[in-house]
Write a protein that binds this ligand. Structure first.
Ligand code: FMN
Length: 212
């Protein structure tokens, strides 16, 4: 969670591509730089470096309120609970997010069970609905290229008490580094990082004013 005294919002930046220095890495780097330039903090998480097993559907989370798989997802549950905002970047792979990203999202079924089956809060964050951003690229021109992933991310965010506040998506970006040749993508990503921090800072100031 942010340092509410100085209103430096924290943004969990989740890198979902298996490719090092690939297109979504560059996009999220630019976004995170925008976050930091605006006075926020960016916590960078590289899913490709973590061991996150797919969900095994054993529903220990429903029974115990906690996922039973003890791998690198465990600290991310806390990070998701406490962060002021979330930025998720993934390339499109077969019309959805990457497998690394999907495993991470599926493990958030633990939050789904806590919230909808156990009727317990998933976070005690002061913002009732936090902001989420989805950054993505795909190699083709397909009109519906981002539709599947956008829905996946929207419902993941809903599960962790967040909304899909903004999306940046770019078609025909395929080879590593193509995004750097795009006329505006990295500029837009950096600007959006700054806008997110400003928006979250305003909301945090409002809730701290309204508190008794
Ligand atoms: C396994 C795999 C599946 C892919 N599926 C799609 C797809 O369905 N549609 C598409 O437009 N591009 C697809 N691509 C291309 C990637 O989206 C594209 O290369 C992207 O720039 C990779 O981003 P990255 O450098 O951040 O990993 C696929 C690439 C791979 C490796």
């Amino acid at each position: 969670m942010s340092n509410h005294a100085t209103l430096a919002p924290s943004v969990l930046c989740v890198y979902g591509s298996p490719r090092i220095r690939g297109n979504t890495d560059l996009l999220l780097d630019a976004f995170a730089a925008g976050v930091e330039a605006a006075g926020g903090t960016a916590q960078r998480v590289y899913l490709r470096n973590l061991t996150i097993s797919p969900c095994r559907e054993i529903y220990a989370c429903e029974r115990e309120g906690r996922c039973a798989l003890n791998d690198d997802m465990q600290p991310l549950y806390d990070a998701l609970r406490t962060t002021d905002a979330i930025a998720l970047a993934s390339p499109i792979m077969f019309y959805n997010v990457s497998a690394q990203t999907k495993a991470f999202l599926d493990r958030c079924q633990a939050f789904w069970c806590i919230k909808y089956r156990r009727g317990e809060p998933v976070t005690d964050h002061p913002l009732a609905l936090r902001k989420g951003v989805f950054l993505s690229v795909g190699g083709s021109k397909g009109a519906k290229l981002f539709d599947g992933a956008r829905l996946t991310v929207k419902y993941f965010l809903e599960t962790v008490d967040a909304v899909l506040w903004n999306t940046l998506t770019y078609r025909t970006i395929d080879a590593r580094g193509d995004i750097a040749q795009h006329p505006s993508a990295l500029i837009e990503a950096r600007a959006l990082g700054g806008e997110l921090v400003e928006a979250v800072r305003r909301e945090l100031a409002e809730v701290s004013r309204d508190r008794p």
